[in-house]
Write a protein that binds this ligand. Structure first.
Ligand SMILES: [Zn+2]
Length: 293
């Protein structure tokens, strides 16, 4: 399941490739599952729009879309910011992609064979296609007209930019384990099992500690550890982004050199004590019983 760094990597890769390209036509599969907005409305809403930019919000990939091109110029438009006054236009609509467990976004030449489980194909004025492939169909595609619907906002605060005081306030008075609190998407957006375990290790905090009992200093260590592990993973992903978004990008997501995650029984990289695994909030949870207190 892609976590925040993978989603950030994919959003940046798609942005680099598709910024100021234009959607000229769309195709959607006949499944109903991945469509949060009905297919017909997505098709109608997307056609002709310029892609102003693509970014991550929480674990969602948000396409900011500009105005629909005048009928006769749609096919001729080229992604060239100088020639296109719309490049500086305000977003009028959004296309929101959630990858779920197995979703992928691919930028491909149109002649590339269509993979099984392809649910959306967007033809672009540059001649390429953007495809959404999702075997397990837990992903979601949503279209928003910003005149009618507010802009998309993921629940929870952004772990890369949250300030110390706001971070501490999230956990105040909470009795649940800090690991469970980190996974709660309404508190922090996009933190999954890997980065929760790794950041607790780097902060030296036991996963089972009650969130509300952590000291201000511990919470600050945790905030910085979380930001560091996420940024490190994003840097790592940046070098391999073409494995995810370019044609045939079928490779698995990048793996950090984990310190505790999935290292049960192996020696702690810091003190040599075997890493222990427990179940917490239904999730396998890995920690060093000596380094984490
Ligand atoms: Zn240790």
């Amino acid at each position: 399941m892609p976590e925040l760094p993978e989603v950030e990597t994919i959003a940046r890769g798609v942005d680099q490739r598709l910024r100021l390209d234009r959607i000229v036509d769309t195709w959607f599969s006949s499944h109903t599952q991945p469509f949060k907005t009905p297919r017909a409305r997505q098709a109608k809403g997307l056609a002709g729009r310029i892609i102003l930019g693509v970014h991550r919000t929480g674990k969602h990939i948000v396409f900011e879309l500009g105005p629909v091109a005048p009928q006769n110029s749609a096919a001729a438009a080229q992604p060239d910011s100088h020639a296109q006054p719309e490049a500086h236009a305000k977003p009028e609509a959004q296309w929101i992609v959630h990858l779920g467990m197995t979703g992928r976004l691919l930028v491909t030449p149109p002649e590339e064979p269509v993979a099984p489980h392809t649910h959306a194909r967007l033809s672009l004025s540059s001649g390429r296609e953007l495809r959404f492939v999702d075997p397990r169909r837990f992903g979601r595609l949503e279209f928003r007209e910003l005149q009618r619907t507010p802009a998309f906002d993921a629940p929870g605060d952004e772990p890369l930019t949250i300030a110390a005081a706001e971070f501490a306030a999230l956990f105040r008075g909470r009795k649940l384990a800090i690991k469970a609190a980190l996974l709660n998407q309404t508190l922090l957006a996009g933190v999954g099992n890997i980065y929760a375990d790794e950041s607790l290790f780097h902060a030296g905090i036991r996963p089972r500690r009650a969130a509300g009992r952590l000291t201000r200093a511990e919470l600050e260590r945790l905030r910085q550890a979380l930001r560091n592990v996420l940024q490190q993973a994003i840097r790592l992903g940046g070098s391999s982004v073409s494995d995810y978004v370019d044609a045939n990008g079928a490779r698995g997501f990048f793996q950090l050199e984990h310190c505790v995650y999935l290292r049960t029984g192996q020696p702690c990289r810091s003190c040599g004590t075997p890493i222990r695994r427990i179940l917490l909030a239904g999730r396998g949870t890995h920690f060093c019983p000596r380094c984490q207190r």
